[in-house]
Design a protein around this ligand. Structure first.
Ligand code: ADP
Ligand code: MG
Length: 269
């Protein structure tokens, strides 16, 4: 996991509207290693989703570069999987037909890929539910189905934009542990946006704290936890957990105070 897969250097981005320019990202520079699980935290509205959109090539940065160095030495842009807060499963399609939708659209519904989907459904406990409608699944199963849909396209990097925030707290604990276990098993590189510091600490290898808008990288914390078992709660009970939480909380609180001061001085911004 030592090779950098993704390198961002000096990324700037602003939105332009009739009322003016909204700078969203300022000199963002960081690397993500192959197989690493990186979490991004930052005040709401600071530019986190904008950053993922740029990595996914949905927006172009104004300045800066994004480069990839794949494990085989090639520098092709990797296949990206994007998971959002809402699972966007279509109710008129069965779970299975939702999962194969991306393969259908990309005309990649080969027998090999169908076998891969069947294997993912079996591995992650949804095979018996493949003919159900999304509304017949629990919130956690729906997120798992959305993840299988993403994994079926064999992405090299997974971008996860607050994928658990629509779930209630208890479900969220188990589903986040479950989904992250699946991603780790698959060996994929992942970037997760979350506003939940406990989630970031319990899931990620490294956490980047972004500043208030325009976002820049304010702090970087490598996470090493001593885990008693592999339960969803184990990370939160690790002896190092509290110190990481306090460190991240402090970094983030400074940014939130700055944002509130700014809004106080610029109430119409
Ligand atoms: P986050 O994901 O950190 O909450 P976003 O990346 O969604 O923040 O947005 C960053 C900032 O850019 C926000 O303050 C938001 O108001 C602004 N913004 C986002 N999308 C647009 C847009 N399409 N047009 C103008 N401003 C936008
Ligand atoms: Mg966002």
């Amino acid at each position: 996991m030592n090779e950098p897969l993704l390198t961002l250097k000096g990324i700037d981005f602003s939105y332009h509207s009739l009322t003016g320019e909204i700078p969203a990202l300022k000199s963002i520079t960081f690397q993500v290693k192959n197989g690493e699980f990186l979490a991004l935290v930052g005040p709401s509205g600071c530019g986190k989703s904008t950053l993922l959109n740029i990595i996914a090539k949905l927006s172009e940065p104004e300045n800066g570069t994004i480069s990839f160095q794949n494990p085989d030495g090639s520098i092709h842009y990797p296949r990206i999987g994007y998971m959002l807060q809402h699972d966007h499963l279509f109710e008129w399609r069965s779970v299975y037909r939702n999962i194969i939708l991306g393969l259908e659209i990309q005309k990649k519904l080969t027998s090999k890929n169908k076998e891969h989907v069947d294997q993912l459904l079996k591995d992650y406990g949804l095979y018996a539910f493949r003919h159900k409608k999304p509304s017949e699944l629990s919130g956690g199963m729906r997120q798992r189905a959305a993840l299988i849909r993403t994994l079926s396209l064999d992405p090299e990097i997974l971008l996860l934009d607050e994928p658990f925030s629509a779930l209630d707290y208890q479900t969220r604990l188990t589903v986040s542990a479950d989904i992250c276990h699946i991603i780790r098993q698959s060996g994929k590189t992942a970037i997760l946006i979350t506003h939940d510091l406990s989630e970031a600490i319990s899931i990620a290898d490294r956490v980047l704290v972004l500043s208030a808008r325009p976002a820049s990288v304010k702090a970087e914390v490598n996470i090493h936890l001593t885990l008693a078992d592999d339960s969803p709660l184990a990370a939160r009970k690790a002896p190092e957990f509290g110190a990481y939480f306090n460190q991240l909380w402090e970094e983030l609180s400074n940014e939130k105070t700055k944002k509130l001061n700014f809004l106080h001085k610029n109430p119409f911004c």
